[in-house]
Design a protein. Sequence first.
Length: 424
Amino acid sequence: MLKQHRELSMSVHRTIENNEEADIRPSKIFQSFVAVAGGHRKLNFVEKDVRNYITREVRNISEQEDARSKAAFEYFGDVISFDTTYNTNRYNLVCGSFVRVNHHGHSILLGCALMKNEEIESFKWLFQCWLRCMGGNAPKGFLIDQCASMKRAIEACMPTIIYRWCIWHITKKIPSKSNGYKGHAEIEQELSQVVWNSHSKDSFDWNWNDFLLNFGLVDNKWLSDFYEDRHIWVPIYLDHHFWAGMKSTQRSKSMHSFFNKFITWNNSLIQFVKQYDNCLGSREQAERESDAVDFHTVIPKKVKRRHTHIKSSHDEPLLEPRSKRFDELVFRSQNICKFASESEELIAILHRAYDNIMVEMESLKAKRKGTSSLSHEDANLESVNELQSPLRIRTRGRPKNRLGSKLDKQITNASKKKKRKRKL
C-alpha cells in the first residue's frame, strides 16, 4: 500500500488512544482493526501507522509547556528541589522532577522529564529544556543530591545560581562510613554536633579539625572530600541564603509518594504522560481549595495594641482614621528610604531633613500641650475601659443551722452524751 493512500480517521485515532490507555500493545491494537474490518485488504493503513501515531502523540503531549507551572515558577521559583531517584515505568527510565513550595507550604511540581541515563549531557539537555519552558529564568537556589554529573551540568547551564547538596543523603552515609572505627557511635554523635551546632564558619573549621584529631580521622578520604565541598552542604555556609525552609530533597520524596497514586510500574510511556497531567490537575485542585479556605477564614485574634497605630482589631470607628494616616506615612517613607539608600550623600540629606522635621513637630506639640494634647481618636481610645478581674468576695462560711441527715444528728447526740458522762 502506497504511503499517500494510507490514512487514520478520527475514530481510529480515538480507538488507538483508548486501547493504549488500557495497556494494549500496538500489534494487538492493529489486529483488532483487522478483525473488525474483515481482513488486511480492507484497511487503508498498516501497523507501522499505528505505532507512529502513538509516538507522535507522546511527543506532542510531552513537549507542551504547562502554563500553570510556568506561572507558578514566576511566583515560587526562588528555590527548586531536583531529584532523580524515582523509577517510573517498565522501561526503567529515570524521572527527574522539579519541586517547589507554594504560599500554602505545599509542594508543587514545576515539571519533570524521563531520562535514559544520568550522564552530564543528559542533565544539560534536561536543564536547558526546562529553562526554555520556564521563560529562560534560572532559580536562585537549587537542591540536589551528590551527583557529580548533575553538579557539572548545573555549573554549565546555570552558572549564577547557588546550589546545595541534600544533607539528608550525607548524614545517612555516616553510619556506614564510620562503622569500621572504634567508637563509631561517638563519631556519629560528635560529627552531628559539629555540623549542626557550629555558629560561624570559623567555629566550624575549628570544631572539624578538633573532631578529626580526637578520633584519628585526619587521613579519612571521605571526610576530607566532604570538607573540601563544605560550602555546598554545611548549614552555616548556606543559611544566609533563602531556601524556603528546605535543607534536603525531602519535598521531592513526598512528591514521589504522590506520584504513586496515579502511576504504576507497568504504565506505558503514553500512560505516564497522561497520568502526569492528571497529577497536575489534582495538585491544582488542592491549591484552589486551600485558597478558598484562606479567603473565608478569619484569624482568631482580636488585640488592641496601644503602642502602635497598626490596626490589629476590628474596632473601625476608633482606629480607621489613624490607620489610614499611618499607612500613608509608611508608604511614603518606604519610597523615600529606598531612594536615599542609593548613596551616602542622599542618606545625609535625609538625616538633616529628619532632624529638622522632628524639631518642628516637637515645638508644635509643646504649643498644643497647654490646650489639648489628645486628638479625637486619642480621646476615644482613652475612654475605652479595660476589662478588669472582679474583686474577690469573702464568703460567710457554712451556716450552723443547715439541715443534716438523721444519722449525723444521732452521731452528734451520742458524742454529747459521752462528754457529759466524762464530766460527771
